[in-house]
Structure formats: C-alpha cells, structure tokens
Design a protein around this ligand. Structure first.
Ligand code: SF4
Ligand code: SF4
Ligand code: SF4
Length: 157
C-alpha cells in the first residue's frame, strides 16, 4: 500500500512510501516520512544489505537482495523517533504467493520452502502442489523471495 503524506497536507514536496517497503519496527509510515533525515545510517549498518535508497531518497527494504534477520541494528542506529523498541514485533508483513508460481504450470519447484527457516511454507503431496503459507509461522523475513525463479512471492501487510 502506498502512503502519501501530501494527502494530509503536511508537505509541500511530495513524500510517499510503500508500507510494504518500510523497515522493521517503524512506528508508522507517517512517523517515518515526518522524521527520517535520509542520513543513510541504517543502510550502512544492515548486515544483510537489504536496505536501499528508495523512492524520494528514503530507505526501503528490498527482499530481492536477501532477507531480514531481525538483528535490530537499523532501528538501534537511527537517531530519530521512528522506531519502536526492538523487543516489540518488527512488522505485520507476511508472504503471499501469486499466480506465477511454477506449480500452476505443473512444474516441480520447492525453492521457497527450502529457504524458509520458520517452516511456514508447505506443499501438499503431489508434484504440482501449490505452496501454502502458514500465517502464524510466517514472520515476513523475505527469505523466500529471492530464490523464487518466477518472482511469485510478495511480502506485504
Ligand atoms: S537511520 Fe533513521 S534517519 Fe537515517 S536514513 Fe535510516 S531511518 Fe532515516
Ligand atoms: S533488522 Fe537487521 S537485517 Fe533487518 S533490515 Fe534492520 S539491519 Fe537489516
Ligand atoms: S517470509 Fe520468511 S517466514 Fe514467511 S514464508 Fe517466506 S521465508 Fe518463510
């Protein structure tokens, strides 16, 4: 979902961010847009290098580059009042599988399940079973995104 701060009439310059790309533990899209100075400290500290300079220069998560291991370093390095305590739940993101999954073409693939440490991705018996996601187990880490050959997995709230 795209959050547009201009709709609240708060900024002259357009500031938007997709809530799907927000960093873990960010309080809200509005708080992020109001307070992020685009200093880049969170990009530099992320051990997984999944934080990129996104639209408008704001930091974004990009799961094509890897997964979040929830180390909390991005939230801890930030000097602005943007993040909750890292003892809280990092985000509400979950994985969703779209129609491009190879199982829909009767092609065998288990790449996503093999990358899921939480074991949230399972297949029913049979060659072309479509993967199922257990929302109770999925933490939105994004580890299943990059290994998917057809970009069938999206991480969003
Ligand atoms: S460390 Fe904080 S202020 Fe700096 S770019 Fe990251 S979120 Fe924005
Ligand atoms: S919690 Fe750690 S791995 Fe996840 S985005 Fe922040 S710095 Fe990167
Ligand atoms: S986002 Fe992480 S926990 Fe959720 S299904 Fe993908 S690999 Fe598993």
């Amino acid at each position: 979902m795209q959050f547009d701060a201009n709709k609240r009439g708060l900024f002259k310059a357009r500031k938007t961010v997709s809530t799907d790309n927000l960093l873990p533990w960010v309080i809200s899209a509005q708080t992020f847009l109001d307070n992020c100075t685009q200093c880049g400290d969170c990009l530099a500290v992320c051990p997984e290098k999944i934080i990129i300079k996104g639209d408008g220069g704001f930091p974004n998560i990009n799961f094509d580059l890897g997964e979040c291991d929830f180390c909390g370093q991005c939230a801890e390095i930030c000097n602005e009042p943007i993040f909750t305590a890292t003892t809280e739940q990092p985000w509400l993101k979950k994985a969703f599988i779209n129609q491009t999954c190879l199982a829909n073409e009767n092609i065998y693939c288990r790449s996503c399940a093999e990358s899921c440490e939480a074991q949230a991705l399972t297949f029913q018996l049979g060659l072309s079973a479509v993967p199922k996601i257990d929302n109770e187990l999925c933490n939105g880490c994004g580890a299943c995104v990059a290994p998917c050959p057809t970009k069938a997995i999206e991480i969003k709230e």
